[in-house]
Each structure stands twice: as C-alpha cells, then as structure tokens.
Design a binder for this molecule. Structure first.
Ligand SMILES: Nc1ncnc2c1ncn2[C@@H]1O[C@H](COP(=O)(O)OP(=O)(O)O)[C@@H](O)[C@H]1O
Ligand SMILES: [Mg+2]
Length: 598
C-alpha cells in the first residue's frame, strides 16, 4: 500500500525523535484523563473508516437495483442511510466533545504549572524577556500546543483511517484502476512535502513578530505618559507598523508559496479521474468490471481526495502545534538558576551581621559590574551606599535577597552564605522598598496586606499610623477599601511610596533595604516619606541607597561605590576628612547646588 507509505512519509518528515520526545513529555498531562483521551482519539477510527461504507454499498445497489433491476429498491435502504449518518454524526459529536474536554483540561493544567514556573523565574529571565514574549510563551503557546495538538491528532487519525478504508474500496472494485488512481494521488501529494520546511521557518518568524506586536500594545498602556510627554506617537506607531507589515509580509509569503498547492492538486487529481473514467468505461464494456464497481470506485476516489488533501493542512497545523509544544516543554523543564540547594538551611532572623566577602558580579559575560567588594554590616547598623549613578549600588543590595547570584565571593548572613539559605526564609527576613514600588490592582488594604497576609486589623492600623497614611486613608470615602487602579495610577508618588512602606511594616523583617526610596519624590512628599522611613528603620539592619547625601549623613557608616569598587568606607565625618576624597567631593558639589538654589 504505497499511499499508506506516503502518508507515513509525511508524518516522518518531522524530526521524529524530537517530536516523539516532546509527545512523551506531554503524556503525563493526558494521563490523568486517559480514558477520555483514548475515547477522543479512538472514536476517530470508526469515524474515518465509515467513509468507505457509502462508497462500498453503492456497488450492490447499482448492480442489483439500477442495472439488473432484479429487485425492487428495498424499503429499508432510506432508513439505513439515515441510521448510518446518524451514527456517524453521533460519533462525531462524542469525539468533538471529548476532545474539547480533554484539551481544555490539559491546557489549563499546563497553564497552571507554567504560571508557577513563571512566578519562580529569576531576575535575569525578566531582564531578557518582553511582556509580549511572556504572553506568547505562557498563554498562547499552551493554547496551540494542547488545544490544537489533540484536535489535529484526532483529525489525522480519522483521515488516515478514512484513506485506508477508501483505498480498500478502490482495490476491491478494480486493482488495475486502483493502481492508476494511487499513482496520481501520490503525484498530488509530493508537492506538499516540499514546502514544509519553508512553512516551518516562516511560522517561527511570524510568531516572534507577533510577540513584538503584543509588546507594543503593552507599552501603549504602561508607557502612555512618556509617549504623550515626548510626543512619541509617530515614533511608536512607526515601529508598530513595521512589525505589523513584517507579519503581513510573512503571512503573504506562506500564502504565496502554498496557495498554489490546492489548485495544483485539483488539476492532478482531475487528470487521474479522467484517466480512470476513460479506462473504466472500456473495462465495463469488456465486462471486466460491473457498472456498480465503476460507480463505487469513482465515489471512493473522489472521497479519498478530501482526506488526503486535508492531510496536508493537517501537517501544517501539526507543525505549528509542535513548535509551540517544544517551547512549552522548554519552559516546563527550565530550572531556575536561582533555587534552593538540596539541604538549604532556614534563616530565622538575623543575629550577627551581613557580610560581603570578595564579591564580584557581572550581568553580561566579561563586563564586571562589581569588583571584589568586601564589607560587613553589624546587626542594627544603618549602612549607606552612595556614589554616581551606574556605579553598582543597586546591584550590591540586589545580591542580598538573591535577585542575582554573585559571580565569585560570598554574601553571608550570620556567617551562612545566602546560597545555602532557603529562598523563602531568606526573603522572609528582608524587606525592600524600591524607588518605584509595584502596586497591584485592587484596594489599598489588599496592597498593604501583601506584606503579611495574616496580619491582624490592629497591626494593619499600626502600620498605617507609622507610615503616615492614616489621614489620607480616612479622607477617602471608602477608606482602606478604595481601589487604586492598575499599578496604583490613582495615587500620588508619595502615597504610593507610603503604601510600599506600610507593606514593609507589616512584613516586619529584620533586614531592610531602601533603594532610592525617596528619589522620585518632590521635597514636600519626600519629607513625610522620609519620616515614615525613619520609623521603619528603627531596630532593623538597614541598607540605604540615596543620592541626596543629607539623607545618608546620619548613617552609621557610608560606603562609596565607584565603578563597581568600594573606594571609601566610614562615617560622615571620617569621609569628610579625606583630602580629595570622593565622598567629600560629592557632598560639596551637592551642597553648592543647594546653596545656588537657595
Ligand atoms: N538587569 C541588568 N542587566 C544588565 N546590566 C545591568 C542591569 N542592571 C544594572 N546593570 C548595569 O550595571 C551597572 C550598575 O548598575 P546599578 O547597580 O543599577 O547602579 P546604581 O544603582 O549604582 O546606579 C550599570 O552599568 C548598569 O547599566
Ligand atoms: Mg540604583
């Protein structure tokens, strides 16, 4: 059966091992619903095979009823037709239902697992991905991987069985004619295999362009202020248009290279049918076959054309699904670089010190950002980091909660390397207040409670008081239950910052990191936020980064960071006494600015 071989070939054009390996990896997801999966796929066999029944039953009907006219058209034939189509319809419905059910379940199971994975991704992952990439990888890909995969598999099975049974009908009626028909069909299928690789490449490209388009929508939303302020409408639109045009171009390329396939097949197949009709008529006259054979044969041939043609489409859809599946598997298997060691210890509070020992770090290979940094911060100490922008201050503090891991050296808490501490306990002991604290859509209460989901109402009000939010909250009609809009757009910068601080109050961690927490604020807002921060700093070990040096003057010690190196270390007075010191210079230039403004 050459046609069967051909079909096998179409399927085997994929990188078989890889495809099988990927299939093997999704099987566990289907295992939970194995009965329904088998039902969904198994039903495709009778659905496909039943196609042949119509073609096959035409032979006796033609020969006996139409040609010989030996019997009356039996009364049950109309009933049989209805019964037959009803059966096929019912099977189809069952199969579609099962298919949708299993695909839906598996897709959502997979998305749940993927979302957990996404939550645990490290900072480097988010540094290198756009929001569009994430939407595509974590939402669109599972949809096409699971949803269409099963559907395609079902269609493929039913089409293969339909083809096999129809070829059986061809052979039954006349093997000579069958050989001609099969040769013609093979000629029609060959072009399909040629364009496969190109489709694969173009599909991949248009998908990455698709990711860019989603990012553009995201940026239109998140960046709307900047777009307006800088009149970037045209600039953004131009980029967007370019991406859309690329997508259009790529999709036209697919159409251009594949659009001719269908008409081409049509022509080739019609040649085949013409040949069969010519030869078949001759064979009838020669009494080699009956008219019933002939009609049954032609019917089967025409019916065969459909599944075979669709098998091509099927292969294309499978390809897309398999590519998506490959990416999904990649994400599912990705192991976060920053994760718990096997025998990680639990950190319960901080008793002694946080120490950096010969720490070096780089974001990109061979571009050192921190060079051999060493210092130790005792419990309860306030440690300030100052220096020019881009010097590496934020990078230093990001190493403490392990947003990134050191390249060499150690970051230690109470003498234990942070990499030996369980991530959950490490982060439970550290509060971070950033320059821009992300607020989630929801209410003020919800946002503050993120600091400690089990906090009592009394603790919540304590936190409100200490972060000077009470008056503001009381002035709101709905108080704590006021919605703050996506990302807190309905609040001022100072209010947002104080919500971030209240969150840290509830968290009540012994180590506090303040990274430019007041830098984005105007003087008025800064004053009150600064007071809230001072409340928060009490009885904690504090790392504070601030570029206004007046705010770091009172720190126990100040570290001056310049180009990734620790160049000066001491308290304000000590550093001011260093002749030509970096700190002294920074301080004096800021002071001069303030005086000039006064
Ligand atoms: N996520 C990142 N990926 C790559 N490079 C980064 C990243 N964050 C910061 N850098 C680079 O590292 C250097 C130090 O940055 P940073 O620690 O933010 O400086 P500071 O906080 O002192 O202004 C800068 O040159 C900056 O461009
Ligand atoms: Mg910084």
């Amino acid at each position: 059966m050459e046609i069967k071989q051909k079909i096998k070939d179409i399927i085997s054009k994929f990188d078989k091992d890889k495809v099988m390996a990927n299939y093997a990896k999704v099987i566990p997801y289907f295992k939970k619903y194995w009965f329904r999966t088998i039902l969904a796929l198994g039903l495709a066999i009778p659905i496909g095979s039943l196609d042949a029944v119509i073609a096959l039953s035409l032979k006796p009907y033609m020969d006996i009823v139409m040609v010989d006219k030996t019997v009356q058209s039996p009364w049950y034939i109309p009933f049989l037709i209805v019964a037959f189509t009803s059966t096929q319809g019912l099977l189809n419905y069952l199969s579609t239902y099962m298919n949708a059910w299993v695909a839906g379940k598996v897709t959502s199971d997979m998305k749940k697992t993927l979302y957990d994975k996404l939550m645990h991704k490290d900072a480097t992952f988010f540094d290198t991905k756009s929001s569009g990439d994430i939407m595509r990888l974590y939402n669109n890909d599972p949809n096409s991987a699971c949803g269409s995969l099963l559907n395609n598999l079902k269609n493929m099975i039913s089409r293969i069985f339909s083809s096999i049974s129809l070829v059986g009908v061809l052979l039954y009626n006349s093997w000579q004619l069958a050989i001609i028909a099969i040769i013609v069909l093979i000629c029609a299928v060959i072009p399909l295999t040629k364009v496969r690789k190109m489709i694969m490449e173009v599909t991949q490209k248009s998908e990455s362009a698709g990711g860019k388009v989603i990012t553009a929508y995201n940026e239109a939303f998140a960046g709307n202020k900047v777009v307006t302020a800088y009149n970037l409408y045209d600039y953004q639109s131009k980029n967007f248009r370019k991406d859309l045009d690329t997508m259009f171009g790529l999709s036209m390329k697919i159409t251009q290279k594949t659009g001719w396939l269908s008409p081409m097949m049509h022509i080739i197949v019609s040649v085949g049918i013409a040949a069969v009709i010519g030869l078949g008529s001759y064979m009838i006259v020669q009494k080699q076959i009956t008219s019933g054979n002939f009609v049954s044969f032609i019917t089967a041939l025409i019916m065969l054309y459909t599944p075979i043609k669709l098998l091509g489409n099927n292969a294309k859809a499978m390809q897309t699904a398999l590519l998506a599946l490959e990416r999904v598997i990649q994400q599912l298997e990705a192991v976060p670089r920053i994760r718990d060691k096997e025998n990680a210890v639990k950190l319960t509070g901080m008793n002694d010190c946080v120490e950096f020992r010969n720490v070096s770090f780089e974001y990109k290979k061979n571009k050192p950002v921190l060079k051999n940094i060493s210092f130790s911060v005792a419990k309860g100490e306030t440690f300030a980091l100052v220096g020019n922008s881009g010097g590496g201050k934020s990078t230093i503090v990001n190493l403490i909660p392990r947003f990134y891991d050191v390249k060499s050296g150690n970051v230690m808490i109470d003498g234990v390397d942070v990499r030996d501490i369980s991530l959950t306990s490490l982060r439970d002991n550290i509060s971070v207040v950033f320059q821009d604290n992300f607020l989630f859509s929801g209410t003020i209460r919800e946002n503050i409670m993120l600091g400690n989901l089990n906090a009592t109402e009394a603790e919540l009000h304590e936190a409100l008081k200490d972060s000077y939010l009470e008056d503001f909250v009381n002035s709101l009609e709905k108080g704590l239950d006021t919605n703050i809009g996506e990302r807190g757009v309905l609040l001022s910068g100072g209010q947002k910052q104080r919500i971030g601080i209240a969150r840290a109050f509830l968290k009540n961690a012994p180590i506090l990191i303040l990274d430019e927490a007041t830098s984005a604020l105007d003087n008025e807002a800064e004053k009150i936020v600064q007071q809230a921060i001072e409340n928060l700093m009490k009885d904690r070990t504090v790392f504070v980064i601030a570029h206004r040096l007046t705010t770091v003057q009172n720190a126990d010690r100040i570290a001056v960071i310049k180009n990734g190196e620790l160049v000066e270390l001491g308290n304000h007075n000590e550093l001011m006494n260093i002749e030509n010191g970096v700190y002294k210079h920074l301080y004096e230039s800021q002071f001069a600015k303030v005086q000039a403004l006064a």
